[in-house]
Design a protein around this ligand. Structure first.
Ligand code: HEC
Length: 195
């Protein structure tokens, strides 16, 4: 009995010595990346400006929601989805979520001639939905500036002369005399984007 007790003590002591030597520390788990699997692809609409002025706007349409912040140019993040009073140029829009996961999109604000800017504004205001956002009527869509430029003669004939009938059709038909004059002025100046 006594001998067994001594043996037991010995074994316990030996074990404490051996087992107290710590094994190699296990590697810490890899840091969790809060952005893993998250793709942020900003989407925005743009309105353009007369060259030399600051009439451009950028409006973020996606992603929106709590925690998202936006920046053009990488600093000065804001919660508002709207950027106003922008000059013509290229912009890098960044959207980031509450965990700082971000995505970017390059946008361009065009610089127009003042007369074309006036015509572009009339078309945006009165020629949709029939000729905007992908919709085609009478074989005409005016989303792209170049398509407005290429249709300058038909735009004048339909929206100013009303031949054979006025564009736009009711309820905004015809354009006001002031707006018709803006189209005439652009046509007479050379009907280019830069006029
Ligand atoms: C409510 C719908 C609607 C709106 C708004 C509208 N259009 Fe049209 N447009 C049509 C339809 C329908 C046609 C095809 C029938 C026709 O030519 O009359 C057409 C055809 C045209 C054509 C091609 C035919 C041609 O004669 O060369 C031009 C150019 C045109 N529209 C210009 C304009 C302009 C500029 C505006 C804005 C100032 C405008 N439209 C607004 C419906 C619309």
């Amino acid at each position: 009995m006594k001998r067994n007790a001594v043996y037991s003590l010995f074994i316990i002591a030996a074990c404490i010595t051996a087992c107290s030597k710590s094994d190699t520390t296990p590697a810490p788990p890899p840091p969790i990346d809060p952005c893993a699997g998250i793709t942020i692809t900003p989407v925005a609409t743009v309105t353009h400006t007369t060259t030399g002025l600051t009439q451009g706007t950028i409006t973020v349409t996606s992603p929106i929601g709590s925690g998202f912040l936006y920046s053009i140019g990488g600093s000065g993040f804001q919660a508002s989805t709207n950027f106003f009073n922008l000059p013509a140029g290229n912009y890098t829009l960044t959207a980031k979520n509450a965990n700082n996961c971000s995505g970017t999109k390059t946008l361009t604000i065009n610089g127009y001639g003042a007369k074309f800017f006036a015509v572009r504004t009339i078309i945006n205001g009165y020629c949709g939905p029939c000729h905007l956002n992908g919709t085609i009527n009478g074989n005409k869509n005016f989303d792209a500036d170049i398509d407005v430029v290429n249709a300058w003669d038909r735009i004048k004939i339909r929206a100013v002369d009303g031949n054979p009938s006025f564009m736009p059709i009711a309820p905004n038909s015809p354009l006001t005399a002031i707006d018709k004059q803006k189209i005439v002025d652009w046509v007479n100046a050379g009907h280019r984007i830069t006029d």
